[in-house]
Write a protein that binds this ligand. Sequence first.
Ligand code: HSC
Ligand code: NAD
Length: 700
Amino acid sequence: MPDTVTVSNRHGVAILTLHNPPVNGFGFALRTGLRDAFDETRQNNGIQALVITGSGKMFSAGADIREFGCTPPPGTPDLPELINAIEASEKPVIAAIHGVALGGALEVTLGCHLRLAAPNTRLGLPEVTLGIVPGAGGTQRLPRLIGVEPALTMIVSGTLVSAVKAKAIGVLDEIVEGDLIDAAVKSARRYVDENRPIRRTSTLNDRLTEARNKPEIFEKYRKQMARRSRGFEAPYACVACIEAAVEQPFTAGLVTERETFLRLIASDQSKAQRYAFFAEREVAKIPDVPRDTPNLPIKAAAVIGCGTMGGGIAMNFANAGIPVRLFEVSREALEEGLRTIRKHYASSVSKGRLSQGKMEERLKLISTTLDYDDLSDADVLIEAVFEEIKLKKEVFKNLDTYCKPEAILASNTSTLDINDIANVTNRPGQVIGTHFFSPAHVMKLMENVRGMQTSEQTVATIMKLSKTLGKIGALVGVCDGFVGNRMLYAYRRQADFLLEEGTLPKQIDTVIYNFGMPMGPYAMGDLAGLDVGWRIRQAQSVNRPTHLRYSTIADRVCELGRFGQKTDAGWYRYEPGNRTPIPDPVIERLIISISEEHGIVRREINDQEILERCMYPLINEGAKILEEGVALRPSDIDVIWVHGYGFPRYRGGPMFWADLVGVRTIYEVMSRLADEHDEWLEPAPLLRRLAKEGRGFADL
Ligand code: HSC
Ligand code: NAD
């Protein structure tokens, strides 16, 4: 067993230091190490008190998530029993926390009798984000320590709180500015020398009594969280466990918590959310671009074109403290862009998410220009002009001329070939796609598109930049629509055919919404605007293969001048000033007449068929993308869908969900669809192979 806990003695106080890099995860080895060190020091008469602390960057990130779902399950001691033993100790136990104490680690500190932390510390119970409840007493001890309402907020949201906030709400007893261990030892000595009574969290009852007199707390909270938690099981289970803390004695509450934890850990939702956690870390690893690949430091940036996307992209730089210059074709366009940026910031201020001071600081980092000469100090330039290849090439030629030689030139194109763009420059190795998602200051995803000549340093720099901007960067290859939009097209195409065959937009949108997506395809289309896609389809119409099925429904809606919410009418109609989609008989008549024109006899289509027809072709496209090497891993595709399109995290992503459904089932449905419809739906060879071998995407 490696030495996971070291013990030293200072003035009769034992310092137990956790060592389990990289995050001091409480796996079997660390739990055993802590139990042994704890037993040894408790029995040592020369020791009067204990301090538990972490080595390296943090106290600990909690339980080792990799152990969850292992067979056989990891052995004892488990964390709850270890924490119960710590809390029961007759010798005072002090937690000295730095970096982070998360999940099981925070629960360890709740079992300690005093909690001290360094100023930069963050604390939290993020279990809910993994589809589980805190399982080592957190749902029972935290409400006893800080009260039911603050505990609900911390546990159900899973967000981390700063040391200052933690001290204010009573999680921490003290923030230590100087040497943390010194302070913890002094506190321990005071505890002993002054013969203070030991304060055990499980015995605190005042806060629970307060809550017993306000039984409406829980119902109110459930209503408040309904929108945010739609479809998720764990947030509601967290509330139920905290309710148990109020209603049951401590030990019975622990049993309820344990049963809930064990039920959820075995659920598909938790498996999906744990998978998503690791997928988000995996996506940053590029096999041929090692972690130590030199990066270009990004000290200044520029954004070319300050429309819908450019403004949001610029905000990301300012939010990260990087000065950014906006380049436009006219003073008016710059002013319009800046007005929108100010409006977004002001909205955050009014919601209390940003202070006025921070807003001003960020605005100061954004400067403007109409002159290419002013772009020479930027380390990275992101082009977000109209989606026209001729224009983009012209812009890149200019950037190549005016920007410093080492600068990286990136394009936010959503459909154009990065290689074509790179080839007009003398630095194709420094050209890359950075495909932000709309609204760019909100959506977490960046599809970073690697061209044929993009260098390793450019890839490494942009992947790091994604992290600096608080985004998740997924590296993809060049193809039409890249990963996300290419798969989206497969799903949208089927949805329109379903309309021709017998459904209406509302039914499809409801099925997709109930599956867990934020919106169905038609409500989404109306929100995004229908005219852009229409123009692209018109431009592509000359090359459209005539032997493949094509639905004209979307074009016909646009021909009526219905471009979505912006014209108060699209697939739905809208009352002025209201974004609620209202089914419109005009559209219903249009759809029925198109079915008649094609000689299609409309039929009842059930919800299951809608789900399969929309989602399976999307997964099939994902399989083609994997085979072509456009995405590195199935889990990268899932990250793209969770963070770019709001695919429900509790389903892991389309490729993870495909494994749950069964690749064979999807293969069989796709084979049938290809027979019934057209070759476009032919199962991808990879899907066929996996189905025949009885394997899933996770086995790749
Ligand atoms: C929990 O604690 C449940 C409890 O209630 C106990 C229940 C017991 C019940 C028993 C009943 C029978 N485990 O993120 P990074 C890896 S649930 C394993 O890149 P950063 C990570 O995969 C846990 N591995 O670093 C990566 O590995 P790679 C609740 C973990 O500096 C490496 O560490 N805790 C891990 O950007 C570096 O991670 C959480 O949910 C873990 N717990 O961020 C915290 N944590 O190099 C999850 C990390 O191979 N962790 N790894 O790719 C985090 O939020 C972040 O990792 C940190 C560090 C903020 C800690
Ligand atoms: P937009 O029409 O809102 O903005 C384009 C801006 O570029 C305008 O302000 C225009 O004045 C400016 N511009 C035009 N020519 C210029 C030039 N030569 N130099 C400097 N500025 C110039 O367009 P948008 O929706 O922001 O899209 C921009 C890019 O982002 C496109 O490539 C688009 O495909 C891509 N994209 C858009 C979305 C989206 O949802 N809108 C999502 C992802 C990617």
